[in-house]
Design a protein around this ligand. Structure first.
Ligand SMILES: CC(=O)N[C@H]1[C@@H](OP(=O)(O)OP(=O)(O)OC[C@H]2O[C@@H](n3ccc(=O)[nH]c3=O)[C@H](O)[C@@H]2O)O[C@H](CO)[C@@H](O)[C@@H]1O
Length: 380
């Protein structure tokens, strides 16, 4: 009898790496009956999300190379052979048919080990310009799944599949046009209609965004006054919920109409509830907006490698699927966001139109296609 397909998924760090990796893992398990294991590092989000999703996780030690001191970089490079050696050990005992590298810390050493052992490899790259781990192994991999046509040139055997996102995002109902009726105007002043309700979701990617945490509490009171019935749910990132909550509390904004949380586990439900989303433009974030058909104001993280968040946001803004707001100093940012958010929240027709347009950018087959690529590499 043929043995089950065995796949080692390597990488992690931020949600942007871990969350699509989990979507790939579920597809391989459910549609290909694969046995899937993960390799990550102790400081990544994988340590919580992978075991919660029911997959085994092996940890290896890999240092950081970006935004760290020279001494740390030297140590990281010196430790690299140890990381590769540990991955060689793991691969020899698990005997994967394919190693999938999703980018992030553990991805580089695991993919190098797979290349050395001549195990087929698939690289997954969600951003227009690959991160370091994928750039290092790009020409040596067997195949790659990318999100942008222009990214294909960094890899061997690359196909544009899009980014796998959790299936629940595709199941979200379209934005109802009917909400248009819920807010009426007397002169230019919005009046609270009988069923008036608007929900704004603010989230800064898997780590939160400092700019939202500092600016939103400053404008919340006025925003809640301008938009009747509005409720705000604000994800702050780890360690930021308390201080951000205190800032909202001190702002005088009605405490029954805002809520803060460090991290939201049930994002598909939060997207479904939202009429508008204020967020960064990380790769998975924008893929989820498209899958869910939800309008957004995108504020690209200015420090993202090769300014790739700006490219993601521009692609959405160009076709009227989202608004792009470049990050400014806090005061200016507050004024811009107050105007962007209230303008959109009071214009249900525009929100519905953006919701329709953004859905046109979704890749509903991404995860199925990546699953097939892995199976093909394994010769199944
Ligand atoms: C600061 C930084 O370097 N960010 C990078 C990182 O972002 P980041 O890790 O934020 O990545 P993404 O925007 O791609 O994905 C965030 C993921 O976390 C999920 N989520 C987030 C918050 C929360 O409370 N709950 C939750 O489930 C989102 O639904 C999404 O699935 O990786 C991305 C993919 O390589 C890059 O494009 C980003 O530029």
């Amino acid at each position: 009898m043929r043995q089950a397909l065995r796949v080692l998924i390597a990488g992690g760090g931020t949600g942007g790496h871990v969350i699509p990796a989990l979507a790939i893992a579920r597809e391989l398990r459910d549609a290909h009956e694969a046995e899937v294991r993960f390799v990550g590092t102790a400081r990544g989000l994988e340590t919580r999300l992978v075991p919660e999703a029911g997959f085994p996780l092996e940890l290896i030690r890999v240092g950081q190379l970006k935004n760290v001191s020279l001494a740390t970089r030297v140590r990281t490079v010196a430790d690299l052979p140890l990381g590769v050696a540990r991955c060689l050990e793991l691969a020899r005992s698990f005997k994967p048919d394919v190693v999938v590298g999703v980018g992030g810390y553990a991805s580089g050493p695991a993919m190098m080990a797979a290349v050395l052992l001549r195990v087929p490899t698939l690289a997954f790259e969600p951003n227009a310009v690959p991160g370091l781990a994928n750039r290092l192994v790009g020409r040596r991999v067997s195949a790659a799944a990318v999100n942008f046509e222009e990214t294909r040139r960094y890899f061997r055997g690359a196909r544009v599949t899009g980014i796998p996102v959790r299936q629940e995002f595709f199941e979200i109902a379209p934005m109802p046009d009917a909400k248009e009726d819920r807010i009426s105007f007397v002169g230019s002043v919005a009046q609270d209609g009988p069923a008036s309700a608007r929900r704004l979701l603010v989230f800064g990617g898997s780590q939160g965004a400092r700019v939202f945490n500092s600016v939103m509490p400053k404008i919340a009171k006025r925003l809640l006054e301008y938009v009747p019935g509005l409720r705000i749910l604000h994800q702050t990132g780890k360690g930021q919920a308390e201080s951000t909550g205190e800032a909202y509390g001190a702002s005088g904004a009605d405490p029954s109409r805002w809520e803060v949380a460090a991290y939201l586990d049930d994002m598909p439900r939060r997207f479904a509830d939202a009429d508008l989303i204020l967020c960064r433009s990380g790769a998975s974030t924008v893929a989820e907006l498209a899958a869910a058909g939800r309008p957004a104001v995108l504020v690209p993280f200015p420090g993202a490698a090769d300014d790739h968040q700006m490219k993601n946001a521009e692609a959405f803004a160009r076709v009227g699927a989202a608004e792009l707001r470049v990050q400014e100093a806090d005061d200016l940012m507050g004024a811009f966001l107050l105007s962007d958010l209230s303008g959109l929240l009071l214009d249900a027709g525009r929100l519905a139109e953006m919701g329709r347009r953004v859905r046109g950018l979704a890749h509903p087959d991404a995860v199925t296609e990546i699953g097939h690529m892995v199976a093909e590499l394994a010769g199944c």
